[in-house]
Design a protein around this ligand. Sequence first.
Ligand code: UTP
Length: 408
Amino acid sequence: MTYSEAYRKLEQAGQTHLLAFYDRLTGEEQEKLLSQIESTDFSVTRYIGRKDQLQKWTVIAPLPALEIPQIEAERERFTGIGLEALRRGEVAAVLLAGGMGTRLGSDAPKCMYDIGLTKPVYIMQRLIENLKEVTDRAGTEIPFLVMTSDRNHDQTVSFMKEHDCFGYPGEKVVFFRQDMAPAADYEGKVLLESPSSIALSPNGNGGWFESMEKAGILASLKEKGVKWLNVFGVDNVLQRIADPCFIGAVIDRDCESGAKAVRKADRDEKVGALCLEDGHPAIIEYYEMSDELLDARDDQGNPLYNFGVILNYLFRIDALERTLGEDFPTHVVEKKIACIDREGKFVSPDAPNGYKFEKLMIDQIRSLNSCLPYEVDRRKEFAPIKNRTGVDSVESARALCLENGIAL
Ligand code: UTP
């Protein structure tokens, strides 16, 4: 893209300030900035202040979960169905590892975080150990796809190489990058991270399927006969991956998707709750729950919206394909964004100073026809690491690992 083409694009988007330092850059830097301008979609800034695009539904209803006693009664049968699907090569695992993990405050990708006490135990290692338990039992290895972002791709790939993929066969591990979105100040002006680069960050965990399709991975999985994707977050070190019983239950109930869920610890626990919105499966974020929904009960007095998601989903590929190209809402999230000010001085803020723009997985669920909420025991399957200390922290996850007999 030439300077004048870039200028025109920015003029239309109200972002010409991004060229303020252009004359001071080296030729190489100028080229880099122009190519970033070319590939960046500045239109996301139009979502600032537009809460209306986030809420589309009119009628909210309960979505009953498959609860632990029901699962236990059918565990053997569900597990058999799941193992067969794994052996037929119909399931792949997708790790969402493109996030910045800012709350944890480590510069390295979150998967490289070491939670060990007497020896190194990396988050990625914990996930792969859990996956291997299943693939050993099934007697077959499944594709393990890892979504990274431009921010952490190279480090993640070299870390996996250095550790020989923690014993998982390298040919089954495929990396792909998610898309990036620009960050903006409160006036909607896109920020520069340096005089020659725009402040870009990963565009949320909702863009994974589109990024996977763009990377050509979807086509190759389908060719191999993969029908189901088990998608999960990087931060839960007790995550059960490709769980045959979960897979079997979703297949048996003929659902397009399934979501592992935990019974809420209390009325106000900050987890997104599964429900039906206008007949479609959906997740309402905790901050969107009205008192009426929080207090709603069935005939036996059980809360009706009592199951929170833990970012472990099973999706049928053909159902997801229908959603490709759909315009999911964009969430405008206040964050701390390292940037340069108008004079070109670097600023590393202590408090939020602008917005990032993210697509979220929860909006994808809403486009499907069915989802099976599948209850799991949180003390066995839910040890998220979001913060350094306190709730959902390295400390709490370590305690849960030890409780489950995992040596650290
Ligand atoms: P989080 O919501 O915890 O976001 O991601 P984060 O960016 O990793 O962490 P904070 O908020 O900055 O502390 C939940 C899951 O979604 C993935 C993360 O890697 C994690 O597995 N994710 C998040 C992506 O893959 N891409 C994104 O753009 C955002």
